[in-house]
Design a protein around this ligand. Structure first.
Ligand code: ADP
Length: 745
């Protein structure tokens, strides 16, 4: 079907044609033929890049423009939400029936808000978790939603985030049973089962815009599924790099999936070494500029330096431990074809859209402490291989597994290349996972009685797959716990949340964490210090996984515990009598110590080295600690601990920014992070009043303060500068930068 024949408003067709769309892709045609534009619920399971987003866009715009509807686009990750938001913005100039233009909004931040401004938006892009939080805040505009797109519905299978998705969808359907649901997914085995759950038409296709060749490499040759084979010359002496260089010579790019972050960094380095001397002059110049950009943005760490070194030669790594700004630079440079070989951890396969001609899966095994090595699922393999082939650039994509023996090659061919992905299974009925959802079902008025509560959970995907019975007793136990801790009250048949219960649900924390915080604040400690608060939050189950100390470190932590024994809000377990609890305590203390080092301005590198932690561990810990300190502050308010509030607030700002207390006023300014704040402080610009007095020239003489930041600081603290002075200074700084860049060549 031609785009111009589509039964959607003319303006939508015009925009699509203007953007180069002409004919529907086969999966799109099938979806339209099956009635998705007539409002039918649908599960569309189709490979990556087969055009599922366009189907979603058509449904959304038809709904908004023809039925005055309101659309919600759910994604699993913030980065994906931004991607979809950008794609949808092409429709923002279309006029609606009421004369207003289509309003598209993105909401992924602050989990303690109902975002009332979203009432005015026609299309809202958000993450599953943020949507859950909006529902907990009873955002009134949610009842106006008429269409929901659930992207990457195969997430239902994931232990941590799958349950939130199924609860959110169950809630949205309860609010408006007439809502249109469009679930998008990679190819999955049980699309029909999911479709049955939400009363939808299932459509499953294997169609790809760029054909995919899947194969297994062994002893110098890739054997493909279609029977063809390709010899790979051993130019580097490492099979992964030999294949990569072969692809490069044919004009392609390579994405290598590694098992761990460390392996990604090492593989990036090897790739970069292999690429030395291969790059032409103009390419080299742009790679140098990219390297420069990495160095001049974000904190300089051993990791960012390693990345810079690799990028100079056209290799790179990508994992969750990289600072966001560096990750984005790498993604853009790979998309632009500047970076030729990228080694990434599996998080990339689940996240941003970053295809390459060839995908190499360097290891089909994973390691989990206490469990050992196990092979990845077919679903995961399909997610990796789905990244192969760049639409418009590659005639085909290749996904390659590696085998050491012919035997293993046959096994991998059967087990992955020729296999069907597994069924998706709900992971909702785990007590820890279920607990917050039971509380929020009551607190956000999705159930008013115990029967209503059971009724709600009997509509989840879990109940659809396994029946409700296995869940019932768990929900009963959770309800008893919530009553005991006074988050929920039962009155005859009725159940309702107390103020405490409501706030815990809104704060988006585990009810068990809330009990820990409430009791800790009540107990107090003989002496309250920064360690007191940092240990309190580390004692909650929301800080998970904990950081377990190595043996030598355990001794140091024991000493620390002794020195500060009157600063804990809970009794320290006895090392000999309660050895299991003591071990747990040391892991909590390690988290607290890492955070303490962070707020005392230890460098990222020093923290990681001293504690044997990975960069991603540190960022995750900071994020969780930031949120839990906010929750402590809010619960402190609720329980009348006025005397602790300002210290809690200050600790939170310190954790958020990684600074000592003396820098708190400075990091409150936009554009001033911990490194710049320290620079300012060290030259005597310690307080806002000092900044007010300082001239722009003075500010710009401080290391790391450029003209833009200097101007921004002045604008915030008061004291405007004249346009002439600004222009003059900017010119000076630009020419300075240019001189420096030229000197680097
Ligand atoms: P999916 O959501 O299935 O992963 P996307 O919707 O992101 O796939 O589509 C992949 C690419 O194909 C996008 O760049 C999109 O613009 C393009 N595309 C989608 N449908 C068509 C079409 N009918 N004609 C041409 N290009 C299309």
């Amino acid at each position: 079907m031609k785009i111009i024949q589509l039964p959607v408003p003319q303006e939508v067709r015009d925009i699509l044609v203007k953007n180069g769309y002409d004919t529907l892709y086969p999966p799109q045609e099938e979806a339209v033929g099956a009635g998705v534009l007539d409002g039918k619920n649908m599960v569309l399971a189709s490979p990556t890049a087969s055009g599922k987003t366009l189907v979603a866009e058509l449904c959304i715009l038809k709904n908004v423009l023809e039925k005055d509807g309101k659309a919600l686009y759910l994604t699993p990750l913030r980065a994906l939400a931004s991607e979809k938001f950008e794609e949808l913005r092409k429709y923002r100039d279309i006029e609606k029936k009421d004369g207003e233009r289509v309003r598209i909004a993105i909401s992924t931040g602050d989990f303690d808000s109902s975002d009332p401004w979203l009432a005015k938006a026609d299309i809202i892009v958000t993450t599953n978790e943020k949507c859950d939080s909006l529902l907990r805040h009873k955002a009134h505009w949610v009842s106006h939603i008429s269409i929901v797109v659930a992207d990457e519905i195969h997430l239902l299978n994931e232990q941590e985030r799958g349950p939130t998705l199924e609860v959110v969808l169950t809630r949205l359907r309860q609010i408006n049973p007439q809502i249109q649901l469009l679930a998008l997914s990679a190819t999955i085995r049980n699309a029909e089962e999911i479709a049955q759950w939400i009363g939808a038409v299932p459509i499953t296709t294997d169609w790809r815009p760029v054909p995919l060749k899947e194969g297994v490499f062994c002893l110098g040759e890739i054997q493909f599924k279609d029977g063809s084979a390709r010899l790979i010359a051993a130019t580097v002496g490492n099979p992964i790099l030999d294949i990569s260089m072969d692809v490069l010579r044919a004009g392609g790019q390579v994405l290598i999936f590694t098992e761990t972050r460390k392996a990604a960094v090492e593989m990036g380095k090897k790739a970069s070494n292999a690429l030395r001397g291969v790059t032409g002059k103009p390419e080299q110049r742009s790679l140098d500029l990219i390297a420069q950009r990495i160095l001049s943005s974000g904190e300089r760490t051993r990791l960012s330096e390693a990345l810079t070194q690799q990028v100079k030669f056209g290799g790179a790594f990508h994992h969750a431990g990289l600072a966001n700004v560096h990750r984005r630079i790498v993604e853009d440079a790979f998309r632009d074809g500047k970076i030729k070989i990228l080694a990434a951890t599996p998080t990339l396969a689940a996240g941003v859209n970053l295809p390459a001609r060839t995908v190499i899966i360097s290891s089909y095994e994973r390691y989990e402490p206490g469990y050992g090595r196990y092979p990845i699922s077919v679903l995961e393999y399909k997610q990796f291989s789905g990244r192969a082939g760049r639409p418009k650039y590659d005639k085909f994509g290749e996904a390659v597994l590696l085998a050491r023996t012919v035997d293993e090659q046959d096994e991998l061919m059967q087990k992955y290349v020729l296999a069907n992905p597994e069924r998706l299974w709900s992971k909702l009925a785990v007590e820890r996972v279920l607990r917050p959802h039971v509380l929020s079902t009551i607190a956000a008025s999705f159930a008013y009685t115990e029967a209503g509560l059971y009724d709600f959970f009997s509509k989840t995907f879990y109940a659809h797959q396994y029946g409700f019975r296995p869940m019932r007793s768990k929900i009963g136990q959770i309800l008893a716990f919530l009553c005991k801790e006074e988050m929920v009250k039962v009155d005859g048949d009725n159940v309702y949340a107390t103020e405490f219960g409501k706030r815990v649900s809104e704060l988006y924390i585990d009810p068990v964490s809330a009990v820990v915080i409430r009791d800790g604040l009540y107990n107090r400690a003989a002496k309250i210090s920064e360690l007191t608060f940092l240990h309190l939050i580390s004692h909650t189950p929301d800080i998970s996984p904990k950081l377990y100390p190595r043996r030598k470190e355990a001794d140091k932590l024991s000493l620390l515990a002794q020195e500060h024994r009157d600063e804990f809000m809970f009794k320290v377990p006895d090392e000999w009598v309660e050895s299991v609890e003591y071990e747990e305590f040391l892991a909590e203390l390690k988290c607290a110590k890492v955070l303490q080092d962070w707020i005392n301005e230890a460098t990222e590198d020093n923290i990681l080295e001293a504690h044997g932690a990975e960069p991603g561990d540190l960022f995750r810990l900071i994020d969780m600690a930031d949120w839990l300190l906010y929750a402590c502050h809010e619960l402190g308010k609720l329980f009348g601990h006025k005397d602790l509030l300002s210290r809690l607030a200050e600790t939170r700002i310190r954790v958020e920014n990684g600074v000592k207390a003396e820098l708190v006023p400075l990091v409150r300014l936009q554009g001033v992070g911990r490194v710049r704040a320290r620079s300012l402080y060290n030259v005597g610009l310690k307080e806002i009043k000092d900044l007010k007095k300082a001239s722009v020239t003075e500010l710009m003489s401080v290391p790391l303060i450029g003209p833009a930041v200097a101007k921004k600081i002045k604008e915030q603290v008061g004291g405007k500068i004249s346009t002439e002075e600004w222009e003059k200074l900017k010119k000076e700084k630009d020419s300075e930068k240019e001189q420096k860049l030229l000197a680097d060549y």
